[in-house]
Design a binder for this molecule. Sequence first.
Ligand SMILES: Nc1nc2c(ncn2[C@@H]2O[C@H](COP(=O)(O)OP(=O)(O)OP(=O)(O)O)[C@@H](O)[C@H]2O)c(=O)[nH]1
Ligand SMILES: [Mg+2]
Length: 448
Amino acid sequence: MRQDTIAAIATAPGMGGIGIIRLSGPEAERILYDLFVPAKGKKPLENRKLTYGRIMDGEETADECMAVVMKAPGSYTREDVAEIQSHGGTRVLNRVLDLCIARGARLAESGEFTRRAFVNGRIDLSRAEAVMSLISARGEQEYRSAVRQMEGGTADFIRKASDDLYELQAGLAACIDYPEEISDEEGTGMLRPGLEKLIATLSGAMDERSSRLIHDGLKVTLYGTPNAGKSSLLNALLGQERAIVTSIPGTTRDTVEGEITLDGIRILLTDTAGLRETEDPIERIGVERSEKARRDADVAILVLDGSRELTEDETDRILNLTDREIVVINKNDLAEKTTAETVKALKPDAKCVSLSALDEESLKPLKDMLRERTAVTDNLALTQPRHLDAARRALKALKDALMTLDQMTPDMAATDLQAAQAALGEITGDRADEKLLDSVFSRFCVGK
Ligand SMILES: Nc1nc2c(ncn2[C@@H]2O[C@H](COP(=O)(O)OP(=O)(O)OP(=O)(O)O)[C@@H](O)[C@H]2O)c(=O)[nH]1
Ligand SMILES: [Mg+2]
């Protein structure tokens, strides 16, 4: 298929030492030669070798730069690619890009270079997506999972599952085609173990909780009575004075957010306005936001002031604690009026830690408790939401097949196995339609 030639700035916007303009397509080399004058050497440039020179706009120098040509198929897209490494400023890069467009290139769409790499068979769809995950990864675990996926972990796993499934399909087809030789019972008996094994393998590769933690992080909300020390605890966990702290109850009016990383997982902390009845309309909105943040959190931390007796509201909240919640008894540097024992007397299985927001060392048990909740399964083959969705559909179809086999309706089982095969194919892109590709690549950045 003959493609046009696309161009884009491949480096992030803003100022940088170097900025890269990338061209891909049959005219890439010609467009480069229209603009580029090597300092010494001659054109054509040696394949895959950086050459120093100038980008010229007619008689005028646009920039000094390095340029390289990577001939098909030895390039990222498997097409002819040219790259210009110019200075990394917005104005200069746009000028060079405009010159490329004026010479016949078209501005690339989001992810179009990677889409071409996929269409030209260099990488499967899961690897293409891994490239974007790698670029956008924030946490260490998210980054590592993207690297695994880029190295083909997901694709290898799915291709293997798909091969096993083809074998089952072939076995089933034999049962359907030769009913005299293979009885339904025999056929079912032969297929069942393989099908069960495939279901187990696929389920084992999916861990929705871990995937969500890897990609979205753990949402932790600090809530409780005014003046308990929520903002002080937020600041202590962040190691910086993010939220305003005063001795006046009702200091925090709106939610305040911050982020730390524990064991490679991002912890998204939210400090909230102290909960109390109030006539103040602003504070009331703040309190509503606190309740919402508490409900939305993966882990909600009820912060108590250990130097005070429990209020009625706090007692109520302790009685109604759920698994999602941790109780922090703060200010343990002062005389203790409320302790872990007080809390446990009300709720024996409450998860409690006593600390002082003024003493960083004392936060360790709380951090350990959060760490327990960030533990993720390592080496998961499937972590991307899109892959999980397709795998879930494949799994359902396989389970349906198991049921229909038991009911001795092999024709229906065959349809279920086909559906499972199609769902697996969506992950690697072996069975991807234009709509699916559009939706995958639209999430990419331009120039990748
Ligand atoms: N001694 C001691 N004082 C603390 C501790 N933590 C917080 N405080 C003090 O308690 C007061 C209230 O702290 P904040 O962090 O503003 O409390 P808050 O829960 O955010 O209060 P609101 O925003 O009003 O809901 C401040 O004077 C803090 O310095 C602690 O561990 N020990
Ligand atoms: Mg506060």
